[in-house]
Ligand binder design. Structure first.
Ligand code: NAX
Length: 325
């Protein structure tokens, strides 16, 4: 049997964690032969609720789960962890400006980045789910100078999965028939779900749907899906977000083969995106490393949308610059 790995999840008592933790403990993220120790972080006020979640996890008697460490202390949570799923964040409250939200979460992710820098394993893989996810990941990355910047990522997998399912429904196909889906940019309403390179059962997706549907239906539906779910359910996406987080880490750790997935990662300058910006790209993964899919032709329509979401990310980055000085 392998040695257990320590997996940190922040916001352990929240609604995303309530679906995510059980699946991680069952082995769905890191494999059926990988024992796990869960490290769960919460705010002091939610520690009692977290205990309740841990009781339920205990009651599943998962064979792979060796221990659960619960704390409101960053050192306890991040010591020796190899995976860190940063889910907890302050939600946008009534009357709160976008910049206020950036700065409140900026403070949280500065501290978490520093603690990862000081206490986590050197190969720790970090996924930021808490919004604004890309910029929170940027802040954590910049606050962890001793860790490889490449190990800081943010989640656009939910957007990617939403795009797959919309296109499958439109073309009457199965999601497994769809290859080479791409989501570019920020996890926000400026994101650009792009089917220019996508195939459906081997045929170019763009030949199966018309441009009018792409512009007026597909792109806005994927961009606004989070808001549509809040409107219908009265709460934000949780189980789908938890599953996307699991898939993001699973694919990063275990490999995608030649299938493309979308991950927000520090740009290496590919496709003209400024270096270091946490921007969603199409990637493949192998042996625990991701690589950006190279050589895609970017037409004018795509470029304008990729630029718009880049601009938003640059504005977010600039709004928190002084926190990192
Ligand atoms: P909840 O409010 O249900 O849970 C968040 C939990 O985090 C709470 O229990 C809270 O006490 C805890 N928390 C807050 N600040 C913390 C801190 N500094 N340290 C430790 N714990 C802390 O939110 P939930 O629905 O679980 O969503 C979590 C985050 O995911 C939100 O920021 C949300 O906006 C974001 N999302 C991101 C998505 C993505 O695709 N990237 C999609 C889903 C989701 O909207």
């Amino acid at each position: 049997m392998k040695q257990p790995v320590r997996v940190a999840i922040t916001g352990g008592a929240g609604q995303i964690s309530y679906s995510l933790l059980f699946r991680i403990a069952s082995g769905e993220m890191l494999g059926a032969d990988q024992p796990i120790i869960l490290h769960l972080l919460e705010m002091p006020v939610a520690l009692e609720a977290l205990k309740g979640v841990a009781m339920e996890i205990d009651d599943c008697a998962y064979p792979l789960l060796h221990d659960i460490v619960m704390s409101d202390d960053l050192k306890v949570t991040f010591t020796d962890v190899e995976y860190a799923l940063l889910v907890g964040a302050t939600p946008r409250g009534p009357g709160m400006e976008r910049n206020d939200l950036l700065r409140i979460n900026g403070d949280i992710f500065t501290k978490q980045g520093k603690a990862l820098n000081d206490y986590a394993k050197r190969n720790v893989k970090v996924l930021v789910v808490g919004n604004p996810a890309n910029t929170n990941a940027y802040i954590a990355m910049k606050s962890a100078p001793d860790l490889d910047a490449k190990n800081f990522t943010a989640m656009t997998r939910l957007d990617h999965n939403r795009a797959l399912s919309q296109l499958a429904a439109k073309t009457g196909s199965r999601v497994t028939d769809i290859k080479k889906m791409v989501v570019w940019g920020n996890h926000s309403a400026t994101q650009y779900p792009d089917i220019s390179h996508t195939t459906v059962a081997g045929k170019a997706a763009k030949e199966l749907v018309d441009q009018e549907w792409i512009v007026n239906d597909f792109i806005p539906t994927v961009q606004q899906r989070g808001a549509a779910i809040i409107k219908a359910r009265g709460k934000s996406s949780a189980a789908s977000a938890g599953y996307a987080a699991l898939e993001h880490v699973r694919d990063w750790a275990m490999g995608t083969g030649d299938n493309w997935v979308s991950m927000a990662i520090p740009s290496d300058g590919s496709y003209g995106i400024p270096e270091g910006l946490i921007y969603s790209f199409p990637v493949t993964t192998k042996d625990g490393e991701y690589s950006i899919v190279q050589g895609l032709e970017i037409d004018e329509f795509s470029r304008a949308r990729m630029d718009a979401t880049q601009k938003e990310l640059e504005q977010e980055r600039d709004a928190v610059a002084d926190l990192l000085a």
